[in-house]
Design a protein around this ligand. Structure first.
Ligand SMILES: [Cu+2]
Length: 141
């Protein structure tokens, strides 16, 4: 009898949380989880199983030097969250920390998507010339 009671008590928390254990509404992301980006990412986009509530959701991008400024969290064209990255990303490891409330689900979910940036010398060169404010010298033949 006592043994049964203990077993019942032990199983209670598990039973109560059964549906929630390991569940997350996130389906996919751009950049993809654990990907290596060889082109500069300009936006973050996370896909969910239902429409995220922008007002109750948030994204942070943390890189080697800390927080990267982001702007304009919105739903794009799917059950997604999208935001603009305001700074060029240096090579290194990045983590997207997300919090989302989706559709009628009362729970707040959160997670982390990791990716890394590895731009070659060529891509870095293009980026610098794009950002350069000085006029390009006129070609002289
Ligand atoms: Cu968008």
């Amino acid at each position: 009898m006592r043994r049964l009671l203990i077993a019942a008590l032990l199983s209670l928390p598990l039973a109560a949380c059964d549906r929630e254990v390991g569940y997350s509404p996130i389906l996919n992301s751009e950049p993809a989880a654990d990907s290596v980006q060889t082109r500069m990412p300009r936006t973050l986009r996370l896909y969910y199983s239902a429409l995220p509530d922008v007002e109750r959701s948030s994204l942070r991008l943390i890189g080697p030097e800390g927080d990267i400024p982001l702007r304009g969290l919105h739903n794009m064209a799917a059950d997604d969250l999208m935001i603009e990255i305001l700074e060029p990303l240096a090579n290194g490891d990045y983590a997207v920390h997300w919090t989302a409330v989706v559709a009628d689900d009362p729970d707040e979910y959160s997670g982390v998507v990791n990716f890394s940036v590895e731009l070659g010398a060529c891509a870095v060169g293009i980026r610098e010339s794009e950002n350069s404010l000085s006029p390009r010298p006129w070609p002289v033949d």
